[in-house]
Write a protein that binds this ligand. Structure first.
Ligand code: MG
Length: 648
C-alpha cells in the first residue's frame, strides 16, 4: 500500500531533532523511500467528541479531524481509529442507536465522506469503531421488547424466565455457559412490571412460594392484628398485613396499584425482617412462584414483563446472533453487516470491534467462530469495492495475551494489552533486558493461531488509566514509552494525548482519560461532550500542541521523530524482532530486520546512565534517538530513559 510521505529535509532534519547527540556524528543515511512513502502502519486512536471542535459548539467533530490532518500526518499516522460516529444517547458513542446514521453532534454524512477523501490524499485510512456486542436502546430495541411479532424480536437476548432459559441452554448468547462472565438481566423498558386491579395472594412458607390469582371475590382490609407476613407493593412504604390461614400459610385479596411489582416481607420496616423476592422472571397467575431471599429481586407480574441481557450497563442491551456456528444467518448479523457495507463502500478501510470477549460471553471458540464470519462478510464487501489488499479489522479482547491468542482464529488483528502492561511494569522497575523476550513470547503465541497476525501494540487507551499516569507523570518515562512503542514490531496505536504526555485516571470518571487536545496555549478545548469533566490543571499551556511544537525535546517531538524513522526505514516499519542478550538488566536491546536491512534498537529503562559494550554491532549510523546517547567505538552510553536506533 503506497503511503505518501514527505520527509521534510531528509535525515539531516531527522538527526537534528535528536537531542543531546553527544557522539558528534552526523548521520548520513539515505532512507529507503526518501520522499514519497510512509513505510509503516502507525494508527492514531482519537475520540471524535474531544479531538477538535470545528464549529465552537463544545463538541469535537468530524470536520475538526479533517482540519487537523496535517498534525496527524506529521506524527506518521497511516490510519485513524475514530470513536463511534453513529447516533447514540451517550457522549462516548458505544450505545449505538442507528448503525447507518452519523451522530449529528459530530457532523454529517458528507463531513464523514470528506474526511475519508481528504485523509486518503495523505494516505491515511479511516477505521470505524464498530460495536457488535450490544446496541443502544434505539428503535430496534424498543420495537423488539414491545411486541412478540416485532421484526427485531430476535435481535436481543430476551427471556420471560431467564433462570429457566439459561438452565435449559436456550440462551445462545451465553455460548454454552450456564452463567455469564459479566453482565446481568434487566426488565425491558416498555414491559408491564406492575399491576392494577384485584388479586388474591397466597404465600406458602413451607414450600417458599407465592401464588397470585386474578379474582372477582371481595377485597379484604389489611390484617392489622400482629400479622407475621406482609406484602410490599406500589408506592414507597405501602405494605399490607396478610391473614394466617394455615401453618405457615398466609393469604389476602387486595386491590393493588403498583408499577414495579411486589415483595413478601416479615416486617413493616424495610430495614429489618426478611424480604422475599424473585430471582428473575415474573409470576404466572395461578401458578406457584418460587420465593428467594438471597437477592430478593422485585417480583413482577404476568407474561408481559420481558427481561433482556446486558453485558455492560442497562443502556446497552446485548445483541443476539443465535447459535454461533450459524451467526451469519441471524437477522441481527445481517442488519449490522448491511450497515457496515454502507461505510465500507463509502471508503472506510478498517473496523475496530468493541468488546469481542462478550459477544458470546467469554467463550473463546464461539467468539472466534463469530468473528471469522463477520470478518469474511465485511472483507468480501471490501474486495467487491476494489479495496487494496484485505480489510483491516482489529478486535478489543481486553485480556492477557495468553487468554486471547486464539481469537486470531477469527480476526487478522487484536489489541495487545499485555504489551503495555509489561512495558509499564518494566519501565517502573528500571528493568529492560527481558522486554524483547517477553514481546517475542506474545508473538509466538499469536503465530500458533495465525501466521500473518497483525499485533496491534499500544500504550493505554480510552478505557484505561492514562499511560502518563501509570508512569508517574514523568515526561522522561513517557518519551521512552513512546520511543519503545514506535520501535517495536507490529502495528502501533498512539492514543489521543499520549503524544503530548497527558495523564489522568478513571477514578473521577472515564472522561478524565479521554481529555481533549489542547491545540493552542490559551485556546479553549471541546469539553461539552465530556460533561465539563476536564482536568484544567493538566490541560495547561505547556502541554498544548502550540507549546510543544516550539519546544525542543518535547514529548511531541519524540513521537514525531520516531514516527518519521519508522516510516523511513523498512526494518523498523516491517521488521522481525530478534532479542540481543546483554548483562545490563536496565537495557532493552533488539534488532529489527526486513528485506536485507537490519537496525539495532536500544532503550535504557532505568533512571541512571547505562554503559554497554556492543562489539558486534555498528554504532556509527544513528537513525534516531531520544535523551543522552553517546557512542564511542564499541561502547554505547545511554542516559536515563534514553533511546537510540542504529543502522547495521
Ligand atoms: Mg463541534
Amino acid at each position: 500500500m503506497k503511503r505518501i510521505y514527505i520527509v521534510l529535509a531528509s535525515l539531516v532534519a531527522l538527526a537534528a531533532g535528536c537531542n543531546n547527540n553527544k557522539n558528534g556524528t552526523t548521520p548520513d543515511i539515505t532512507p529507503d523511500k526518501p520522499s514519497e512513502e510512509k513505510l509503516s502502519d502507525i494508527a492514531y486512536q482519537l475520540n471524535v467528541y474531544s479531538f477538535a471542535d470545528s464549529d465552537g459548539d463544545g463538541w469535537g467533530d468530524i470536520k475538526g479531524i479533517t482540519q487537523h490532518l496535517d498534525y496527524l500526518d506529521a506524527l506518521g499516522a497511516t490510519a485513524l481509529w475514530l470513536s463511534p460516529v453513529q447516533t447514540s444517547a451517550s457522549y462516548h458513542g458505544y450505545d449505538v442507536l442507528n448503525y447507518s446514521e452519523i451522530n449529528p453532534k459530530l457532523g454529517t454524512e458528507s463531513d464523514f465522506k470528506e474526511l475519508i477523501d481528504k485523509a486518503r490524499e495523505k494516505d491515511i485510512d479511516i477505521y470505524m469503531d464498530y460495536v457488535l456486542n450490544h446496541s443502544g436502546r434505539g428503535e430496534w430495541f424498543q420495537s423488539a421488547v414491545s411486541s412478540e411479532s416485532s421484526p427485531y424480536r430476535s435481535f436481543y437476548v430476551l427471556s420471560d424466565n431467564p433462570t429457566a432459559d439459561v438452565a435449559a441452554g436456550k440462551v445462545d448468547n451465553f455460548g454454552g455457559a450456564k452463567t455469564p462472565g459479566m453482565g446481568t438481566w434487566h426488565v425491558a423498558a416498555g414491559g408491564d412490571l406492575g399491576y392494577k386491579g384485584r388479586l388474591h395472594f397466597k404465600v406458602d412458607m413451607n414450600a417458599k412460594t407465592v401464588t397470585v390469582t386474578q379474582t372477582t371475590a371481595a377485597a379484604q382490609s389489611p390484617n392489622t392484628s400482629a400479622p407475621a407476613c406482609w406484602l410490599w407493593y406500589g408506592s414507597i412504604g405501602k405494605h399490607t398485613g396478610m391473614y394466617t390461614t394455615g401453618s405457615n400459610i398466609y393469604e389476602i385479596t387486595l386491590d393493588i396499584d403498583t408499577d414495579w411489582g411486589f415483595l413478601v416481607c416479615t416486617s413493616t420496616t424495610w430495614a429489618s425482617g426478611t424480604k422475599w423476592g424473585g430471582n428473575g422472571g415474573s409470576v404466572t397467575f395461578g401458578q406457584p412462584f418460587k420465593l428467594n431471599n438471597s437477592t430478593a429481586a422485585d417480583i413482577t407480574f404476568g407474561g408481559s414483563s420481558t427481561w433482556y441481557f446486558a453485558s455492560f450497563d442497562q443502556s446497552m442491551p446485548d445483541l443476539n446472533y443465535g447459535p454461533y456456528a450459524n451467526a451469519s444467518q441471524s437477522e441481527a448479523f445481517k442488519a449490522l453487516a448491511q450497515s457496515a457495507d454502507k461505510w465500507i463502500n463509502m471508503g472506510v478501510n478498517g473496523l475496530r470491534l468493541d468488546a469481542v470477549l462478550w459477544i458470546y460471553q467469554n467463550q473463546a471458540a464461539a467468539n472466534a467462530s463469530f468473528l471469522k464470519q463477520w470478518y469474511d462478510r465485511c472483507n468480501s464487501t471490501y474486495k467487491a469495492r476494489g479495496g487494496e489488499g484485505n480489510l483491516y479489522m482489529v478486535g478489543e479482547a481486553f485480556e492477557e495475551t495468553g487468554k486471547i491468542a486464539s481469537y486470531y482464529r477469527g480476526l487478522p488483528s487484536l489489541f495487545n494489552f499485555s504489551y503495555w502492561w509489561t512495558l509499564k511494569d518494566r519501565i517502573n522497575r528500571g528493568k529492560g533486558n527481558d522486554f524483547a523476550k517477553t514481546v517475542l513470547g506474545f508473538r509466538a503465541q499469536y503465530k500458533s493461531f495465525r501466521s500473518d497476525f497483525i499485533d496491534a501494540i499500544k500504550l493505554s487507551n480510552h478505557d484505561e488509566d492514562r499511560a502518563g499516569n501509570d508512569l508517574g507523570r514523568d515526561q522522561s518515562k513517557m518519551k521512552l514509552a513512546g520511543a519503545v512503542l514506535l520501535t517495536s514490531p507490529g502495528k502501533p496505536f498512539i492514543y489521543q494525548g499520549e503524544e503530548l504526555g497527558y495523564w489522568g485516571t478513571k477514578s473521577g470518571g472515564d472522561e478524565y482519560v479521554r481529555a481533549p487536545i489542547k491545540w493552542t496555549r490559551s485556546g479553549s478545548v471541546p469539553s461539552k461532550g465530556l460533561n465539563g469533566k476536564v482536568d484544567n490543571a493538566m490541560l495547561s499551556a505547556d502541554i498544548s500542541v502550540e507549546a510543544q511544537d516550539a519546544a525542543e525535546g518535547s514529548v511531541l517531538s519524540v513521537y514525531r521523530s520516531f514516527g518519521k524513522a519508522r516510516n523511513a526505514y523498512k526494518a523498523l516499519a516491517k521488521g522481525e524482532m530478534e532479542e540481543v542478550s546483554i548483562a545490563n538488566s536496565a537495557v532493552a536491546l533488539w534488532t529489527m530486520s526486513y528485506d536485507g536491512q537490519t537496525v539495532l534498537v536500544a532503550h535504557n529503562f532505568s533512571s541512571t546512565m547505562a554503559s554497554i559494550s556492543l562489539s558486534q554491532y555498528k554504532l556509527d549510523n544513528k537513525l534516531v534517538s531520544n535523551g543522552t546517547v553517546n557512542a564511542n567505538g564499541s561502547s554505547l552510553y545511554l542516559g536515563a530513559y534514553s533511546s537510540a536506533v542504529f543502522l547495521q
